[in-house]
Design a protein around this ligand. Structure first.
Ligand SMILES: *Cc1c(COP(=O)(O)O)cnc(C)c1O
Length: 221
């Protein structure tokens, strides 16, 4: 086995075990391999090992890396997991199959217009600032109902909620809260869990886990 294959099969096995512990099916969880900062040479072994869903956090970096990789493997699905500026909405809609960082009304408006212009409708997740942290992206919890109502009125294809819990604390309570908010709002998608806590996230209902370091190793920048 190549090391990419070994890492991928380990992460997949952990997802399957966590899902089983929670009485869930492993195929209810989409593994997003977060390849930000890693060059194409680091990505191709994972594609060869069968991984098809990837995540990036910057539109420009993704535009530089992915068109060529996708030409070779057309069934790749690309998820934007990082913050998005409204002036990059067109580029994001053109490139990504899902956008995990919808967190404000101006972005709902920009994405709705971009989808009309470009004729693609990527799945959208509303990012929630689940730990109510000052510097963190995401919609404040108390602003979520209004933002979701606006997104629905604009017919944005919102499929779920996303969060990044505070660093260096137990993530489980935040995952449980995000799951409750999604339930309350009738949303099936739950994008939560990174390399350090994706097993916990799967046990608490994650439908999408965003795993970088555990698949690619540590990032320089
Ligand atoms: C980088 C990133 C990840 C992956 O983090 P790892 O700890 O490397 O698994 C997941 N989600 C978001 C939003 C990220 O920016």
């Amino acid at each position: 086995m190549s090391s990419a294959e070994a890492l991928l099969s380990d992460v997949r096995a952990r997802i399957a075990r966590s899902a089983a512990l929670a009485g869930r099916k492993a195929d209810a969880v989409t593994l997003i391999a977060v390849s930000k900062t890693h060059p194409a040479e680091a990505i191709t072994p994972l594609i060869a090992a069968g991984q098809r869903v990837f995540g990036e956090n910057r539109v420009q970096e993704a535009e530089a890396k992915w068109p060529a990789l996708r030409e070779q493997t057309p069934d790749i699905r690309l998820h934007l997991v990082g913050q998005l500026q409204s002036n990059k909405a067109d580029a994001a809609v053109a490139l990504f199959d899902a956008i995990h960082s919808v967190d404000r009304l101006s972005l709902v408006t920009a994405l709705t217009k971009a989808m009309e212009r470009i004729g693609r409708r990527p799945d959208c997740f509303v990012q929630v600032n689940i730990g109510e942290e000052e510097q963190k992206g995401g919609c404040p919890i108390e602003a979520l109902p209004a933002l979701l109502a606006a997104a629905r009125a604009a017919e944005l294809p919102v499929v779920g909620l996303m969060c990044v819990p505070p660093a260096d604390t137990e993530a489980a309570p935040y995952f449980a809260l995000l799951a409750k908010l999604a339930r309350d709002h009738g949303l099936a998608g739950l994008s939560m869990g990174m390399s350090g806590d994706y097993e916990t996230a799967v046990m608490l209902g994650a439908t999408h886990v965003r795993v970088g370091t555990a698949l690619f190793g540590t990032r320089d920048g």
